[in-house]
Design a protein around this ligand. Sequence first.
Ligand SMILES: C[S@@+](CC[C@H](N)C(=O)[O-])C[C@H]1O[C@@H](n2cnc3c(N)ncnc32)[C@H](O)[C@@H]1O
Length: 247
Amino acid sequence: MSSSPVIASQKVLDLLQRLHAASLAQERSLSVRLWLLTRHLRSLFVKKTWSSQDDNFTKDKFIALEADKSEFLYLLARSTGATTIVEAGTSFGVSTIYLALAAGQNAAALSSSPVTPGQGAKVIATEKEPEKAKRAREHWKEAGPEVELWITLLEGDLNETLPVEVNKADKIDLLLLDIWTPLALPALKIAQPKLRPGALIIADNTTGFRTAYKDFFDYIHVPKSGFKSMTTPFKGGLEVIVYLPTV
Ligand SMILES: C[S@@+](CC[C@H](N)C(=O)[O-])C[C@H]1O[C@@H](n2cnc3c(N)ncnc32)[C@H](O)[C@@H]1O
């Protein structure tokens, strides 16, 4: 990852490279390819796009945001100065590392004096599988204070955990929706009251799973919803949405 636009220690860049390689290796396996294919077919022909079998299958899978999307996300977070970030769907914590680097570096850039890691910015991460949450924490610990200290991980179903944390926040600058499609709209609705004008919402795989995202797009495309969106041409589509509510 020598040409990475991400500012981080070599230790963190090496860790990211290792985690992306592990995630990619899983995605190239036959079992994951078959699972993805059946998910695509189901999203086209069956209304129920997610089942407990999918939960079981994905319990030990990264399904991490790809490196190019993650780097783009980092740059967006840096360019907007995001210091309060919500991540819907954390898994083993790969995308969270990019968000934590950006949030921490933004906090430092905004301050006239040296910042204590963990002060002045926060990434609120969410993961319902205890084993995945444990692995995520291990990765952040390995990354060290430039990552670990900026993250608050909410363990459990985000429908229950996230409203409490969102309530405490003054505002949300960026929301990453990298979660099973039925959860995308509920997560957006939980965050919406605290989204600041101009906040970014990034949603993954919006071309690949367009049918499954129907309720989400119906909601954001309502005239006067305040959401302005564009699908960027990353693999599977990456939606960049800006919240511009009318006053
Ligand atoms: C696509 S993965 C996230 C990948 C992660 N953003 C990354 O790049 O490394 C989606 C994750 O959302 C989690 N998830 C699904 N439903 C959830 C819920 N209701 N609350 C919290 N997490 C949930 C899954 O367990 C899964 O690990």
